[in-house]
Design a protein around this ligand. Structure first.
Ligand code: BEZ
Ligand code: FE
Length: 295
């Protein structure tokens, strides 16, 4: 393998992988090499541009740590996350649609009972959320594990605050179980639009491309129940800004819902709210897991 030139390099790299024992890895890497080389040929990538790309990816790596995932931001802002989510989550129309996961989910958030205040000190206008988890036949799905997470009124997730000190740990996030009737309810705070972290290389990329970093107001859900596909989604706030220009391309019309504003008075949890509050009602429909469809 000598004297490789711009016409023979692609085949040479593919041939070098021929002993790969993993057929899927070989398929993925062969295609990646082909597309990467085609891209470099198509744009006639210069050495300076190649070096800039190396520096950019180095910066993405350097800013990434367990609470800051710049690679996910990069994937999200390039539309790759939405593409992968869409092509892996085709399901019957009646099922709740999936959307991007984002970088702010935290494993092991606190467990809450129905009606609990998951804001746990996060600041924002009160919001009462309720709904039901159902299957495609309209039957309640009991005991589904519902993970929910959102930003505070400043558009910040707990993990972005004050180096995520113990004081800010697990704010505006938690886990609940649907009841025997599939229902759930909790108190939280009003979702607001916020910019994705844009003080790093991905923010500089957006800037250079004339793009803004904002996401429309939303609440994240991950719902898991035995016999059903895990659902990762958000509910977006109707009437808000950025619904048609989400920086990460995550909005689906079926996921847009009304947050209803109420004047001070009796609240859904039986208390009297001294301040205006919001309610959100949204039902989720889960897709059976592939194995249970065949069974
Ligand atoms: C989020 O909604 O939490 C999110 C999604 C993609 C990128 C950044 C944030
Ligand atoms: Fe979010």
């Amino acid at each position: 393998m000598r004297n490789i030139n711009e016409d023979t390099i692609t085949q040479a790299v593919i041939a070098a992988m021929c002993a790969c024992p993993n057929p899927r890895l070989l398929t993925v890497m062969t295609s990646l090499v082909q597309h990467l080389h085609s891209f470099a040929r198509e744009v006639k990538l210069t050495e300076d541009e190649w070096m800039q790309a190396i520096q950019f990816l180095t910066d993405v790596g350097h800013i990434t740590h367990d609470k800051r995932q710049e690679f996910i931001l990069l994937s999200d802002t390039l539309g790759l996350s939405t593409l992968v989510t869409a092509q892996n989550n085709a399901k019957p129309q009646a099922c709740t649609e999936a959307t991007v996961f984002g970088p702010f989910f935290v494993e092991g958030a606190p467990d809450y009972e129905h009606g609990a205040d998951i804001a746990n000190g996060a600041r924002g206008e009160p919001c009462y959320v309720s709904g039901q988890v159902r299957d495609l036949q309209g039957r309640p799905v009991a005991n589904a594990l519902i993970d929910v997470w959102q930003s505070d009124e400043d558009g910040k997730y707990d993990v972005q605050l004050a180096h995520a000190s113990a004081e800010h740990e697990h704010r505006a996030r938690g886990r609940l179980r649907s009841g025997a009737d599939g229902r759930f309810d909790f108190r939280s705070i009003l979702a607001v639009p916020y910019p994705i972290p844009h003080d790093g290389p991905v923010g500089r990329m957006l800037d250079a491309l004339g793009r803004h970093p904002w996401r429309p107001a939303h609440l994240h859900f991950m719902i898991a129940a035995p016999g059903y596909q895990r659902l990762i989604t958000h509910i977006f706030r109707n009437g808000g800004t950025y619904l048609d220009s989400d920086a990460v391309f995550g909005v689906r019309s079926t996921l847009v819902a009304d947050w209803v504003r109420h004047e001070p008075g009796p609240a859904p949890d039986g208390t009297h709210s001294e301040m205006p509050f919001y309610t959100l009602q949204y039902d989720f429909v889960l897709n059976p897991a592939a194995e249970s469809v065949q069974a």
